[in-house]
Design a protein around this ligand. Structure first.
Ligand code: ATP
Ligand code: MG
Length: 419
């Protein structure tokens, strides 16, 4: 029988992969809490309409990338390709639209049927923030600042560049759309088939095309600047002024449009040149129209999502767990006492292990190989006398310690030698 393989585009997170992954999500969760964001967890599948109605029927995600299936009851279900739509759905269905602001953090798996490559998977993981309620540019700057702090605490500040743009308000976007239609229509023959469809249904999307030929045409396309209403221009200026005040470096990139339909005003990406074509680490913007699309009242909101795998690849490493203490019974008749002792150490918050088999020498070897910082050797008669041998595996020094003093003797700085 052939052995079973993971589904294409999925991966197991084991060892260093998982430690990196956890370090990214733990750091993000901790920093987000400093800003007052609270974690939500929404289901990983939703009614298909949650995504198809809100991400825009013409977006790449909806037309090509969704994992959609009929369940046994015949309902159309989709594995979530992103969480913003889910969070807005949850805001409405939990009756929270009048309890604003809501500051939401999430972390979890997302699913997109894409061509797998480095930094691009079919099951991947995102962390994200949604700040729902405030219409003020201060909120845009705050979510960017939180993202920047997370990236900085992960050591990624030198690797990423913040690129920002504005998509303006509805009026600005309508004027810009007309200018784009005029420009791309003049180049229609050279556009990719996808972009010719976008030209009719959502011309802004062409700016986001990854097709080489499209990119050459996009390079000379008009930018939104000239089409901004004074209010939209002021909004954008205020966001940038806040970033400057906070010392967060950024560059204007008029080509940034978010892939999804519900964005307005600020759009931004933290990008890196270290991951090839998968250069966007964190991406977000303002989406004032989405909650209303979900059947709630008109509600301003701004947020971002970031790919955990991409950040996990960029970080130097994950912090190591503190080295364990190995408890070693000297003889089979000491096993029960050793097991009780290791449980006592764990209860006192000391990372410790007990070997499952082998004589004293073999267990000592295994403790050394396992990176233990100390060994506690316990024989039956020593246990009866209330003592054990404590061996520092860093210095090799060994001494007798009363079992009652053991916790204190072992309670030292994580990587340090025993006291
Ligand atoms: P890309 O342009 O790389 O396809 P996107 O615009 O589709 O990205 P978003 O929908 O904005 O991405 O998702 C936010 C972040 O999630 C991305 O910046 C990236 O870090 C991560 N991400 C998106 N799709 C994938 C994927 N298939 N595999 C791994 N990470 C992903
Ligand atoms: Mg994509």
């Amino acid at each position: 029988m052939s052995s079973l393989q993971p589904v294409r585009g999925t991966r197991d997170l084991i060892g260093d992969d998982m430690r990196r992954h956890r370090h990214v999500s733990d750091t993000a969760r901790r920093v987000a809490a400093l800003y007052g964001f609270e974690e939500w967890s929404t289901p990983i599948f939703e009614e298909t309409a949650v995504f198809s109605r809100t991400l825009g029927e013409t977006s790449d995600v909806v037309t090509k990338e969704m994992y959609t299936f009929a369940d046994r009851g015949g309902d159309s279900i989709t594995l979530r390709p992103e969480a913003t739509a889910s969070v807005c759905r949850a805001l409405v269905t939990n009756g929270l639209t009048q309890a604003l602001p809501q500051k939401v953090f999430y972390a979890g798996p997302m699913f997109r049927y894409e061509r797998p490559q480095k930094g691009r998977y079919r099951q991947f993981h995102q962390i994200g923030l949604e700040l729902i309620g405030p219409a003020e540019p201060l909120a845009d700057a705050e979510v960017i600042a939180c993202g920047w702090q997370i990236l900085s605490e992960l050591g990624l500040a030198p690797d990423v560049v913040l690129e920002i743009n504005t998509l303006g308000d509805t009026e600005s976007r309508a004027a810009y759309r007309a200018a784009l239609v005029a420009y791309f229509t003049a180049h229609e023959a050279s556009l990719s088939e996808d972009s010719r469809t976008r030209l009719v249904r959502n011309p802004l999307r062409i700016l986001d095309s990854k097709d080489e030929g499209d990119r050459r045409i996009v390079a000379n396309a008009p930018t939104i600047g000239a089409h901004l209403t004074p209010e939209a221009a002021r909004f954008y200026d205020t966001v940038r002024a806040h970033l400057t005040t906070l010392g967060i470096p950024f560059v204007d990139n008029p080509r940034i449009v978010r892939g999804l339909d519900y964005y307005s005003h600020t759009a931004f990406e933290f990008v890196t040149t270290s991951l090839g074509a998968q250069g966007t680490v964190m991406a977000g913007g303002r989406y004032d129209g989405l909650v209303a699309e979900m059947g709630g009242p008109q509600t301003p909101a701004v947020g971002w999502a970031a790919g955990i795998e991409r950040m996990a690849m960029l970080i130097a490493g994950a912090p190591a767990e503190p080295a364990p203490v190995a408890v070693i019974p000297a003889g089979d008749d000491a096993e029960a006492a050793a097991f009780a002792l290791v449980q006592r150490l764990r209860g006192a918050g000391i990372r410790s292990e007990i070997g499952y088999r082998g004589n004293l020498r073999r267990r000592m070897e295994r403790a050394n190989r396992g990176g233990a910082r100390a060994a506690v050797i316990l024989g039956a008669d020593e246990a009866a006398r209330g003592i054990a041998q404590l061996k520092d595996l860093v210095t090799g020094a060994q001494r007798e310690v009363a079992l009652d003093d053991l916790v204190d003797a072992l309670r030292v700085a994580p990587q340090g030698a025993v006291a």
